[in-house]
Design a protein around this ligand. Structure first.
Ligand code: SAH
Ligand code: SF4
Ligand code: F3S
Length: 453
């Protein structure tokens, strides 16, 4: 019997002696990849006899599946760990664990060891499959079990996935990053790029669609760097050929690997949504070079023009970092300029955060925090105007929407169109999880209103 299965069964022997099944609380921070890992962790814990709870106070094991991408993400996690101390004091059998990207950072593991000794289980992004063994060790009374080894790539394809939703599913197709942008911690905490075999991906998606899933999100830190015996565009074409009523998105592609062929594939495949989240980071070529992004603002604009010439409504969103070390006013204005040219549907913007171990962390920086905050607000203000204006193009049109939730407005439900636009309409919750055609009647800042046809 493989080690993994042996330990699953050893832990189950222990949990089966409890009067009622022990409960696990898992909180995944950060990106969808991390959430997806969290769904596998939940799957393993179920195999080991745990039930799942959304109430920390009821839990026998609390796992914080963490993100390291920016400093405030880490601060939040340490705050939460601090707040758990009293729970541990009340309930000595409670196991508190930290996993995910922060667990791959040496300084974090050291800080846990010194100041948060009640965190007894620590495992990194490479060690998912080790969880049964590590948990068994903790249950047998070993104090502070840590595994931050870099094991060979493992998609844990045999592990059951406990999904949060029946009509939407995340499907990892690759992980890791070979790009080493100078500001970014991801290559250090997720390792190099590895891609899943296409047959495994296709068969997982077939199963999901057969179970009634309506939206598949393909995941990867650089999803378009997917490289197996087939290319990413070819994978998309094969997924598009799967029978069923579903749509496909993917995140996050890297502009360096986003080719005209990829754009033509999206445009040519009915089930692949005409939308892309393409992180630009900066509009200044000097800053893009210092970031090691591997493209110029002109390369980016060429790709945007290529796709918008073929479909003027093609929806594009992006990520922008404000305040990279020594970003001048001129550099910043180049970013504002490109925002005006591209007219993104939406942007996700972040103030630069220094990450220990990255090249940018060593760069001198003459720009004050105050100045960065002012720029950040200026950018949001500009983008708010662009988004509002840009969304008006949908008024009067009919869009296909997958409804997902009740709105805060009474009697309204919300969802996303194929173009990734947030749509709200009056309607019953019976529509949730279904595609509906919606006639758009009004545009707001970040969303539109409509009527179900
Ligand atoms: N692989 C994707 C991005 C993954 S990280 C890509 O290359 O496009 C998600 C986003 O977090 C990035 O696009 C970037 O905008 C932001 N980010 C990453 N590191 C950051 C840092 N040190 N400070 C601020 N934002 C950062
Ligand atoms: Fe980070 Fe750059 Fe890799 Fe994206 S491509 S994960 S920003 S290093
Ligand atoms: Fe954060 Fe790790 Fe994702 S650092 S953004 S959770 S890959």
């Amino acid at each position: 019997m493989p080690e993994y299965e042996k330990y699953i069964s050893l832990v189950r022997d222990i949990t089966s002696q409890y009067i009622s099944p022990p409960l696990a609380y898992i909180h995944s921070y950060g990106c969808r990849q991390n959430v997806s890992d969290g769904e596998k962790i939940a799957g393993m814990l179920s195999l080991m006899g745990y039930g799942l709870t959304s109430d920390e106070n009821a839990a026998d094991i609390i796992l914080l599946n963490t993100c390291a991408v920016r400093e405030n993400a880490e601060t939040r996690v340490f705050g939460n760990i601090g707040a758990l101390k009293h729970l541990k004091e009340q309930k000595s059998g409670l196991i508190i664990g930290l996993c995910g990207c922060m667990a791959q950072e040496k300084h974090v593991v050291e800080k846990l060891r010194q100041s948060y000794s009640y965190v007894e289980l620590v495992f990194g992004t490479f060690a998912l499959r080790e969880l049964p063994k590590l948990l068994y060790d903790v249950l047998c009374g070993r104090k502070t079990v840590t595994d931050t080894n870099e094991y060979p790539a493992d998609f844990c394809e045999d592990v059951p996935v406990v999904r949060g939703c029946s009509y939407k599913a995340d499907v990892p197709i690759m992980f890791g990053c070979n790009k080493f942008c100078t500001y970014c911690i991801v290559p250090y905490v997720r390792g190099r790029e590895h891609s899943r075999e296409p047959e495994k991906i296709i068969s997982e998606i077939r199963g999901l669609v057969g179970d009634g899933c309506r939206e598949i999100m393909l995941l990867g830190q650089n999803v378009d760097s997917y490289k197996a015996e087939i290319s990413f565009p070819e994978l998309l074409r094969r997924i598009n050929d799967i029978d069923g009523d579903f749509r496909v998105r993917f995140m996050s592609p890297h502009p360096r690997d986003a080719t005209p062929e990829l754009m033509d594939t999206i445009l040519g495949c009915r089930k692949i949504c005409n939308t892309i989240h393409l992180p630009l980071q900066s509009g200044s070529d000097r800053i893009l070079r210092a970031m090691n992004r591997g493209y110029t603002s002109d390369d980016f604009m060429k790709l945007v023009r290529y796709v918008r010439d073929k479909d003027p409504d093609f929806s594009i969103t992006t990520d922008i970092i404000v305040g990279f070390p020594n970003e001048s006013e001129e550099d910043f204005e180049a970013t504002l300029d490109i925002l005006k040219q591209v007219r993104f549907d939406n942007i996700y913007s972040f103030i630069y955060s220094k990450r220990v171990g990255t090249r940018a962390a060593m760069m001198e920086d003459s720009i004050t925090d105050e100045e960065k905050s002012v720029r950040f607000r200026r950018m949001l203000e500009l983008q708010r105007e662009i988004s509002t204006e840009h969304y008006k193009r949908f008024v009067g049109r009919t869009m296909r929407v997958l409804f997902e939730n009740e709105s805060r407005r009474d009697g309204y439900i919300g969802g996303k169109s194929d173009e990734s636009v947030i749509v709200e309409a009056k309607g019953s919750t019976d529509n949730i999880g279904q595609f509906r055609d919606v006639k758009i009647t009004a545009a707001h800042n970040w969303a539109v209103d409509g009527e179900i046809v």
